[in-house]
Design a protein around this ligand. Sequence first.
Ligand code: PLP
Length: 362
Amino acid sequence: NALNFSGGPGVLPESVLNEAQKAIHSVPEVGLSVLGISHRSDWFAAVVEEVERNIRQLLQLPDSHALLLLQGGATLQFSMVPMLLLRGSGKTAEYIHSGYWSRQSIPPAQLEGDVRVLWDGEASGFRRLPAASELNHSADAAYFHYISNETVEGIQFNEIPGREDVPRVCDMSSDFLSRPFDPDRFDLIYAHAQKNLGPAGVTIVIVRRSILDQVPDGIPALLDYRAHLKAHSIYNTPPVFAIYVVLLVTRWLIEDIGGLERMAAINQHKADALYAIIDSHSDFYRGWARSENRSLMNVTFELPSTDQEAAFLNQARTIGFSGLKGHRSLGGIRASIYNAMQLDAVESLCEFMEDFVTQARR
Ligand code: PLP
């Protein structure tokens, strides 16, 4: 488990796994397995409340923004966002096409209205992200959508793009709660749990309450943020276990890590260690991303040949590393180092990479 560098789901803290394991047998306050506790119980209502309180505390989220726990993954948000914010508006939504996941986000929006791709990274092989000067925003867009961290390519925005007078929507699935940011600059944020927050099954949505006033009629309730807001995220049966694990992870972030500034410093340290190895052997390990856009969550690189990549993955596997194979659409190697990945595991990977390059040069 400790050496699982998989792109998704990410590893969870050992203490969280232990607590979750106990809860599968029995949650002490209730005397029942978490898998058998009703979502209509007072206990679960308190879990949802504390998840919300903890995330609000971590992000210093203002009351202008609501927090929802939904299902359907980040992929459902690719549809819900334009259904609610673009449909019938007569406006155009602006998207950045920066990689594999943003490519998936665009067709569902095109079903709901006009979409303008503000910047397309395909020509540059999705190795870099646009500078603010390359983005020609218009003032009357319905909203502007981007992905803060492209999980497949390993490229991450360091600055928040977009204009302040156009609603800003961001898919933060693979870097949510990995670093602090100003939530007030966003009108809608979504992030599935299975990178930094817990198991798959729950997706966090943070939405500025005032933009919900413009939602068109005729949206099925399950796809309408307002229905979930009214039901305190228990509109229908939610994934109780996944939400409980998210609770444990948020407690870990607050109590054990000490907040998002500390988490970001740890994440920076882990990423620096890996990029230093890549840079010190740049004729062998070829970093995928342009250095200014390197992701702190997904470190992607190639070896001189696919045979060497296969040998690298094979040897890594025999030592106990897993999940290092690049995404099927891109190939290469990807080391995902989400919040709960420990520094010593990253250091072990660095050592392995040093040894492998030495051996390859013999
Ligand atoms: N957005 C990003 C940035 C992702 O990394 C992923 C999957 O890894 C998705 C969206 C799709 O998420 P889901 O499988 O939860 O629908």
